[in-house]
Design a protein around this ligand. Structure first.
Ligand code: HEM
Length: 461
């Protein structure tokens, strides 16, 4: 079969798409798909891009050798924040070495060990919320609260309890870089000038480095004792230099914290708005975790596996609201997908957002329905496998996918168990954000201590 070029807008229409793409990427993606299909191109010259949002094409893309793509390309602005040795901007053997060193830190045993800590941190967040000025019954923006919770878990997982009191300080050092990465491309052009947004981001990074360096030095002096935290594992390994360790730690926090927090915000919107879901989540959590004052220090993967509705709510939320609407990679060679050719040098923006809303894969795709993931037939499971890709697939998939899913499932279960949450809104807010897709205007909700009678008789077993 002869290869054909990708369809896409031409002339001045391209500029209109480009200008809007950074402010409101989701409507632009929807329009491009409606007008040109789920695999199309836009942009020109050195800024030529291809959108890939068709599940079958994505399956091919993920199966193509990673040597056909480059992540350390000219448009990858992340390197300025996460460092030049970050796995996210690395290719070839360097990427494999850096990624595999970090991968060993996400062992099943270590993830299992974090489960009670995630529940405990969620409890602390709820306690602080109920003691706060807006409670009881007041309106609270739950988005920053979700961020603090995810950050507290992230800092403990990465640095153990030692850094617990510095979580907010570390979070603050990520806020400015995050905002900078979302700013217009022109503001992100490299330059050495002081008193600018770029120089302030550089200063934040220096401060983060000094915190991590001090911790690496402490760990090097102490006997490694089977650490449960990620930094201890990296320092105990022999494959990464201290410079590389620092860049991977900043990468992991940067890639993992706002993405998971935004997903928790979307989950709150969906679980609170979908009739009956909050109550059902509560009943399940009562059954699996026991009533809120039950000791959960023995909770483990078996416990997590029984939070079956919470997991489906998490999956359905990420289908509709993946934290990254597109993920970039550059074609290092001509890439062929389903008879279409994407020329070498094109920036490929593959989209879990488009795949998650693909009308061929998902009946009534815009409806929130966690039952899509309940007892799928083998045929449905195969469709889910190709069209549910919020974490990607293959050699460059999200390294934190298991941690993120575990956090979100446990957190929504515990929040539903301990809080009555309502909203006067009738639908979720529109999305905002190119780097991290989050609800515009925050997550304002009325929050109260749980009022209803116990629903379950179970406990952590
Ligand atoms: C809901 C939360 C999250 C979502 C939706 C998400 C999604 C993604 C996606 C789509 C990619 C790109 C895959 C590709 O380009 O093919 C990615 C990469 C990555 N993610 Fe996540 N992520 C989440 C949470 C996390 C967490 C918690 C961590 C770390 C603790 C993390 C660390 C990373 C890293 C390091 C990469 C780059 C991997 C590589 O280049 O080899 N992410 N993530």
């Amino acid at each position: 079969m002869k290869d054909t070029a990708l369809p896409g807008p031409t002339g001045i229409a391209q500029l209109r798409y480009l200008r809007r793409a950074f402010r409101e990427p989701q409507p632009v993606l929807d329009e491009l798909r409606n007008d040109f299909g789920p695999v199309c191109r836009f942009g020109f010259g050195p800024a030529k891009m291809a959108i890939v949002g068709d599940p079958a094409a994505l399956k091919e893309l993920f199966a193509t050798s990673s040597g056909s793509f480059r992540w350390g390309h000219k448009f990858n602005v992340l390197g300025f924040v996460v460092g030049d040795t970050s796995m996210i901007v690395s290719d070839g053997p360097d990427h494999r070495r850096r990624r595999s060193s970090v991968q060993s830190a996400f062992s099943r045993r270590r993830l299992n060990g974090w489960i009670p800590m995630i529940l405990e941190q969620t409890d602390r967040t709820v306690d602080a919320l109920l003691a706060g000025p807006a409670a009881p019954g007041g309106t609270v923006d739950l988005a920053p609260i979700a961020r603090s919770l995810v950050l507290a878990v992230t800092v403990r997982a990465f640095f153990g309890g030692r850094f617990a009191t510095r979580a907010d300080e570390i979070g603050d050092l990520f806020e400015r870089p995050q905002a900078y990465l979302e700013s217009p491309a022109l503001r992100q052009l490299p330059h050495p000038f002081p008193f600018t947004a770029r120089s302030r981001v550089r200063a934040d990074r220096r401060m983060l480095d000094s915190i991590i360096d001090a911790e690496i030095a402490t760990l090097r002096q102490s006997e490694a004792d089977d650490p449960l935290d990620i930094l201890g594992t990296l320092v105990g390994g022999v494959t990464l230099t201290d410079h590389e360790i620092r860049d991977q730690v900043v990468t992991l926090i940067g890639a993992g914290y706002n993405t998971t927090a935004a997903s928790l915000s979307w989950m709150l919107w969906r679980a609170v708005l979908e009739p009956g879901t909050w109550k059902s989540l509560r009943a399940e959590a009562d059954e699996v975790l026991g009533l809120p004052d039950t000791d959960t220090s023995a909770a483990d993967f078996a416990t997590l596996g029984r939070l079956e509705l919470a997991e489906r709510v998490m999956r359905e939320t990420l289908r509709l609201h993946p934290a990254g609407v597109v993920a970039p990679r550059e074609a290092a060679t001509d890439v062929r997908l389903g008879g279409r050719v994407i020329p070498k040098g094109t920036l490929i923006l593959w989209s879990s957002y488009l795949a998650g809303r693909d009308p061929q894969a998902w009946p009534d795709p815009l409806r929130f329905d966690p039952d899509r993931f309940r007892d799928p037939t083998p045929q449905q499971a195969a469709i889910i496998d190709t069209a549910w890709v919020p974490f990607g697939h293959g050699a460059r998939n999200c390294i934190g996918f298991a941690l993120a899913q575990m956090e979100l499932t446990l957190m929504i279960a515990r929040l539903a168990q301990r809080l009555d949450v309502t909203t006067t809104a009738s639908k979720p807010p529109p999305p905002v954000g190119m780097v991290v897709n989050r609800p515009a205007g925050g997550t304002n909700m009325n929050v109260n201590q749980r009022d209803s009678a116990p629903t379950g008789l179970g406990g952590v077993r």
